[in-house]
Design a binder for this molecule. Structure first.
Ligand code: PGA
Length: 252
C-alpha cells in the first residue's frame, strides 16, 4: 500500500495570529504545484481558525498541538476535540514529549485522547520516543512498546490507518542532534512491527514520521529511508524557506 508522505510543522508556542497569517500567505504559493505530499501546520489554538480559513482549498492542513480527552466539562483552560474540529483543524498532535515532560501528559490520558480525536474526525499524530538515558540503557524498544501499546489501546484495527505516529527520540528534539538514518530506520521498523502484531493489513497503512532536529540539509536522507513516511519538524518549520525545502524533499 502506497503511503502518501506527510510533512508536519510543529510550531510549538510560536507565532501570533498575525504572524501565522503572514507565514501561510508565503507558504501557499511555494507548495501549490507540489503533489504526492501532504502538508500540515500544527499551530497554537489561537491561530487555528485564521490559518484554516486561509489554507482552505490548498494542500496545507491545519492541526492543533493538544486537546482534552472529554467531550466537555469543568476543565478550566482545556479544549475539546469538537472545539478544534469547528475551527477547521483536521488533526491534532498528541503526546509530544514536551507535553509529557512539562505538563504531565500520561499514557492513560493518551489512551482516551487518541480515540476522542478520531471520533471528532481529527487525525491524531501520536508522538513516541525514548529519552537519552533510556537509549543508553538499551531501553528504547521497551519504551516504544509501552507507549504504542498503551496509547493506542482504545483504537481498533479499522481506525488504525487513520493514526499517524511520530517517532521522536527525546534527545534529538531541539538539540541539533538528529538521529542517524540507521537509528531512525531501526526504531520506525520496530514500531511498524508492533503495529503489525496487532493487525498486519492495518499496520501497512499507518504513516510513521521521524521527528527531532530535521532541517533542510538532513531531510532528504531521512525521508528516503524505506520506512519513513514523513517528518514532524519543529524549529525548521518556523521559517517558510527551509520548511518548503523539506516539503519538496518528501515527494515520492
Ligand atoms: P525540532 O522539534 O525539529 O525543533 O527538533 C521537533 C518536534 O518537537 O516535534
Amino acid at each position: 500500500m502506497a503511503r502518501t508522505p506527510l510533512i508536519a510543522g510543529n510550531w510549538k508556542m510560536y507565532k501570533t495570529e498575525r504572524e501565522a497569517e503572514d507565514y501561510i500567505q508565503a507558504l501557499l504559493p511555494r507548495v501549490a504545484a507540489l503533489d504526492g505530499v501532504e502538508v500540515a501546520i500544527c499551530a497554537p489554538y489561537t491561530d487555528l481558525k485564521a490559518l484554516a480559513d486561509s489554507a482552505r482549498g490548498s494542500r496545507v492542513e491545519v492541526y492543533a498541538q493538544n486537546m482534552h480527552q472529554d467531550a466537555e466539562g469543568a476543565y478550566t483552560g482545556e479544549v475539546s476535540a469538537a472545539m478544534l474540529a469547528e475551527t477547521g483543524a483536521r488533526g491534532v498532535v498528541l503526546g509530544h514529549s514536551e507535553r509529557r515532560a512539562y505538563f504531565g501528559e500520561s499514557d492513560q490520558a493518551l489512551a482516551l485522547k487518541v480515540p476522542a480525536a478520531l471520533r471528532a474526525g481529527l487525525r491524531p499524530v501520536l508522538c513516541v520516543g525514548e529519552s537519552e538515558s533510556e537509549r543508553d540503557a538499551q531501553d528504547t524498544e521497551r519504551r516504544l512498546r509501552q507507549q504504542v501499546g498503551e496509547d493506542l489501546a482504545g483504537v481498533d484495527a479499522a481506525e488504525l490507518a487513520e493514526v499517524v505516529i511520530a517517532y521522536e527520540p527525546v534527545w534529538a528534539i531541539g538539540t541539533g542532534r538528529v538521529a542517524t538514518p540507521e537509528q531512525a530506520q531501526e526504531a520506525i521498523a520496530f514500531i511498524r512491527a508492533l503495529l503489525a502484531a496487532r493487525d498486519e493489513a492495518a499496520a501497512r497503512g499507518v504513516r510513521i514520521l521521524y521527528g527531532g532536529s530535521v532541517n533542510a540539509d538532513n531531510a532528504a536522507e531521512l525521508l528516503a529511508l524505506p520506512d519513513v513516511d514523513g517528518a514532524l519538524v519543529g524549529g525548521a518549520s518556523l521559517q517558510v524557506e527551509p520548511f518548503a525545502q523539506i516539503i519538496s524533499a518528501a515527494r515520492r
